[in-house]
Design a protein around this ligand. Structure first.
Ligand SMILES: *[C@@H]1O[C@H](CO)[C@@H](O)[C@H](O)[C@H]1NC(C)=O
Ligand SMILES: *[C@@H]1O[C@H](CO)[C@@H](O)[C@H](O)[C@H]1NC(C)=O
Ligand SMILES: *[C@@H]1O[C@H](CO)[C@@H](O)[C@H](O)[C@H]1NC(C)=O
Ligand SMILES: *[C@@H]1O[C@H](CO)[C@@H](O)[C@H](O)[C@H]1NC(C)=O
Ligand SMILES: *[C@@H]1O[C@H](CO)[C@@H](O)[C@H](O)[C@H]1NC(C)=O
Length: 239
């Protein structure tokens, strides 16, 4: 009887946890279905495609984002919390957001993105290979990106937007967001201490929103805090 009870309780626990994506999900990559929603941010989308966030992309709370960033990418809460809180303003629900709502122009979403079009020029939500080609083709001759190539790519993307988008928003806020995003892809896909990231990992991350585990990528072995990432961000921004 005791054993039976234990088994029943364990089964119940399993069912309950089955509804929590990050606790019980096996974290394999799955493409979003037609009803799943995704954001302009490849990092959040990758976390959803691996089930660290709800695969639906809907009804996501701030603690869910912080847990997912830590579990999936070893990104510390201090780096995530401000953007996550801002993200709540993208919709009407008091404590949750839907990933697609983050395309709201001017909240966190910004012009001169590395992989999406400017809002005034087209689709600011979905990946665009033409836009991404600036980053994809950067740092020629070697198989990695680094802070100098990332800084240059940021300048090139901004120059293109300034030349083609009369409605561009380009204040210090957008500059800071863009620089931190550059530091994120270098640190999360590469070495957060040196800011050197294999091109193949970065490209899979942006193009497929897929953790390149099969290609040899591993979750960073240190929790990436703002103290760790600041020098990378500064080096990108100072270029
Ligand atoms: C998400 O929230 C909406 C209301 O904000 C609700 O109607 C819906 O049932 C929720 N979906 C899930 C999967 O919890
Ligand atoms: C761009 O700016 C012009 C002038 O302010 C405005 O009329 C137009 O609606 C804007 N277009 C977009 C797509 O924001
Ligand atoms: C991708 O961006 C380019 C450059 O702005 C644009 O010409 C093209 O139509 C976009 N493609 C899609 C599928 O939106
Ligand atoms: C980045 O890589 C390029 C190409 O190897 C190199 O010229 C440049 O010095 C590197 N930048 C840094 C900061 O190491
Ligand atoms: C942590 O990862 C870096 C590469 O990003 C590697 O150089 C270092 O040796 C690793 N440290 C440990 C303790 O595994």
């Amino acid at each position: 009887m005791y054993l039976l009870k234990t088994t029943l309780i364990l089964a119940a626990v399993k069912v309950v946890y089955g509804t929590l994506p990050s606790a019980a999900d096996s974290h394999e990559w799955r493409a979003p279905t037609a009803t799943d929603v995704r954001s302009p941010c490849p990092g959040l989308n990758t976390l959803a495609n691996h089930g660290y966030l709800p695969r639906s992309g809907k009804n996501i709370s701030i603690p869910m984002i912080m847990d997912a960033a830590l579990m999936g990418f070893n990104l510390g809460p201090d780096l995530v919390i401000l953007a996550a809180k801002l993200g709540l303003l993208s919709g009407n629900a008091p404590t949750t957001l839907d990933l697609n709502a983050l395309a709201l122009h001017g909240l966190i979403e910004h012009d001169a993105s590395l992989s999406r079009n400017d809002f005034a020029l087209g689709d600011n939500l979905n990946f665009n290979e033409t836009i991404f080609s600036t980053l994809a083709n950067s740092n020629p001759g070697v198989d990695y990106y680094n802070t100098s190539s990332a800084g240059l790519v940021q300048q090139q993307r901004l120059a293109t937007s300034l030349a083609t988008n009369p409605n561009i928003t380009n204040t210090l806020k957008e500059f800071v967001i863009r620089s931190s995003e550059s530091a994120f892809y270098l640190g999360v896909m590469g070495n957060p201490l040196t800011g050197v990231a294999p091109k193949s990992f970065v490209q899979i991350f942006f193009r497929e929103e897929h953790m390149p585990i099969a290609e040899g990528w591993r979750r960073p072995n240190v929790t990436i805090t703002s103290e760790i990432l600041s020098p990378i961000e500064d080096a990108v921004a100072e270029l």
